[in-house]
Design a protein around this ligand. Sequence first.
Ligand code: SF4
Length: 469
Amino acid sequence: MKDIHDNCGVFGIFSDAPCVLDIYQGIDFLQHRGQEYCGIAVFGDHIRQVTHHGKVSTSFTDKDIEYLTGSRGIGHVSLWERQPMTWQSKLGEISVAFSGNVMNAEKLINQMKRKGQAFYRSYNTELIAKIIMEAPDIVSGLTDLTRKIKGAYSLVALTADGIYAARDIYGFRPLILGRDENRFVVCSESRALQNMEMEVVRDVRPGEIVLINGKGFQTMKQVRSPRRAHCAFEWAYTASIDSVIDGLSVQGARNSLGQSLAQRDIDEGDTRIDVVAPVPMSGIGHALGYHQRSGLPYQEVFLYNRYADRSYTQSTQAAREKMAKRKLSVLRYAVEGKRILICDDSIVRGTQILNKVRDLKKAGAKEVHVRIACPPLMYPCDFGISTRSREELAARHFFKSGDIGSLKKQRELEVWIAKEIDADSVKYNSVESFVKALGIPKKDLCLKCFDGVCPFKEEKKSSLLDRKR
Ligand code: SF4
């Protein structure tokens, strides 16, 4: 099984004025979705493109900004590859950027190679663009993607007609439209729109193909969506706390997940705690929710170094560990002699939470209890989030073969993992309590990294059942 996949953010704009600074600002607001590469393509008299290895704010130069002339364009931030990519084709110039992962990329690329297509680097983006460019027009090409690609994508394509935006038929990755008087925008998360003082219009629907030009947003085609499979991890971790995804506020979702953890402790009479604290930054919403439901005091116990990158999106283990150490320091005065309960979004390998528990105990904490908003991570993600290989996942070391299956088994895991990370207790939300807290029907969510159920296979199963009926 492959180890790591893309983790990206996309942005597209049609404006009545030069747009490069808007794109720069837009992708800067999406930087949390990937920090290794960034890129911008604009359409003036032709497409001009600049990509960098690095973050938006430290990579683009004055010369780049001067060079990127045009009033429509797209931008991208990524953990794994340089995008956008631009081609000359029978459909004219086209530049494509996407967020997601193509699971059957190797098979499709081999098929296309046998038909004489050449690939520069066999990137997912290249495959997507070539499928589009083989078609008689862009909308047919984007429609072909929905048939040919097994996986997840939210994409933007810059052409002479305007910007095309498309979301896969399951709606794994977010994509949202916004506008003001002079600008029409599509992007991965609503935070970019809010911070650019634009009005949020709506989410792009799963299977929808939208053209953005001077007339605004036009739905060019709506491909049938067999079911929704929005990535549940977006609300728990990936998305920014100030975003609203598919109608659900990220902050509200995290609060609710924290409240669910607190309710379990209340029900189990497990409330001998002095302080509730977040693991910054993604644990903040969860800890606030825990505090609200339990009424226990909320207190920061870690000082966040805002100049360090998020360790999750570093591309090597060594870089992640080094960054994790730089990221948080303990506020000794807040922890000495106290029973601390810390909230975080998930446990991946367990090394980071182990270090935090040890740091708190070294600073004098009497007890450290850990509460995790997501259910145990049991499977890697195939749809564009880097949740690591199966062997690297901490919960998999306990459940070497087989799944959690029951709450009793989850509790056995919690006892085991508490010992592994030196904590006095560990509790996760179960899949059921997690879904209930989000308030989105289970059938509309992807939960594959928790329960191993692939939305495609579920779809096949239900179609077969439908036919039998
Ligand atoms: S497998 Fe997990 S991380 Fe990947 S899309 Fe599904 S819920 Fe999100």
